[in-house]
Design a protein around this ligand. Structure first.
Ligand code: 5GP
Length: 255
C-alpha cells in the first residue's frame, strides 16, 4: 500500500492528498488544544464524533443551498473534501455573549446580543489570531471586497440555518467559528465555499433548558465530561457512530 502524501498537519486534523486531483482527505484527530496551544490534551473518540458531526452539518447546509468543500465521509475518521485555497481569516458569528466578547466588553456570559455579530480574526498561531477589520483584510490582500461580502452573507445564512437546526434538538448556538476557501472550477472560475469543519471544537452549544455547555469549553475550562458532551451533541443530532461509544474506546480525557 502506498502511503498518502501529508499536505498539512493542524491541531485537530491532518490533510492528505486525495484520490483525485483537486481533492483532499481530511483526517480528524483526538488531539485538543486551547489558548493558542498552551493547553493540550486528548479527547478519546473526538475525531470520530467530529467527522460525523461535520459531515451531517455540511450535508444539511448543502441541502439549504450553502456551497461547501465537503464531498463524502470515507470512514470513521476521514472525509473527502474539495481542495480549496483557504482565506486566512477565521469568521466568528455570535448570538449570545460568551468567551472573548464577554471579557472584552465585560458582558455577562449568557446575555443575548442585540443582533448576531460577525467578527474576523487573522489566522496566525504566531500572532495569536488577532482580531481584524474588513479594512485589514482588503489592505493586506487576504480577501477581496467582493469575497468579504460573500463570506458575510454566507456566514449569516449559515448562522440562521444552524441556529434553527440546533434549537430543534434542544441546543442554543451561542457562537461558532467558520473558515472559507476559494474553489476553482474547470473554467478557472472562482467562488467562495464553506471549508474546514463545523463541530463542537469550534462552536459553543448550550442546553436550552439548563445552559449546560456541550462543547470544547468543557476542555478549555476543565469542566470534565468532555467526550460525553461531544457524544451528547451527536446523539441529539441522531448520528452516534454505528456501534455507539464503544467505537471510540470509551470516554476519557487525558492531559
Ligand atoms: P472566542 O473568541 O469567544 O474565544 O471564540 C468564539 C467562538 O469561536 C467559539 O465558539 C470558539 O470555539 C470559536 N473559535 C475561535 N477561535 C477558534 C480557533 O482558533 N479554533 C477553534 N476550533 N474554534 C475557535
Amino acid at each position: 500500500m502506498t502511503r498518502r502524501r501529508k499536505i498539512y498537519e493542524g491541531k485537530a486534523k491532518v490533510l492528505f492528498e486525495g484520490p483525485e486531483p483537486g481533492t483532499l482527505v481530511q483526517y480528524f484527530k483526538d488531539d485538543a488544544t486551547a489558548f493558542n496551544n498552551q493547553k493540550r490534551g486528548v479527547i478519546t473518540g473526538k475525531g470520530v464524533l467530529n467527522n460525523r458531526i461535520s459531515e451531517y452539518l455540511m450535508l444539511k447546509l448543502a441541502e439549504a443551498g450553502i456551497p461547501t468543500h465537503f464531498v463524502r465521509r470515507l470512514n470513521m475518521r476521514e472525509q473527502l473534501v474539495k481542495e480549496v485555497d483557504i482565506v486566512p481569516v477565521e469568521v466568528v458569528v455570535r448570538n449570545i455573549a460568551a468567551g472573548s466578547i464577554s471579557q472584552r466588553f465585560n458582558i455577562a456570559e449568557g446575555t443575548p446580543l442585540p443582533r448576531s455579530i460577525v467578527e474576523f480574526y487573522y489566522k496566525s498561531d504566531e500572532l495569536g489570531d488577532p482580531m481584524v477589520s474588513e479594512e485589514h483584510i482588503t489592505a493586506f490582500g487576504w480577501a477581496a471586497p467582493q469575497e468579504i461580502d460573500d463570506i458575510l452573507s454566507l456566514a449569516l445564512r449559515i448562522n440562521d440555518f444552524l441556529s434553527g437546526l440546533f434549537l430543534g434538538v434542544g441546543l442554543k448556538l451561542v457562537d461558532f467559528k467558520l473558515e472559507f476557501g476559494r474553489l476553482y472550477d474547470d473554467n478557472d472560475q472562482v467562488r467562495i465555499v464553506l471549508a474546514d469543519e463545523i463541530t463542537p471544537d469550534g462552536c459553543r452549544l448550550w442546553d436550552v433548558k439548563t445552559n449546560e455547555k456541550l462543547d470544547k469549553d468543557r476542555f478549555r475550562r476543565d469542566l470534565g465530561g468532555v467526550a460525553e458532551a461531544y457524544q451528547e451533541v451527536a446523539r441529539r443530532l441522531g448520528i452516534m457512530p454505528e456501534a455507539g461509544p464503544r467505537d471510540m474506546k470509551g470516554p476519557a480525557t487525558v492531559q
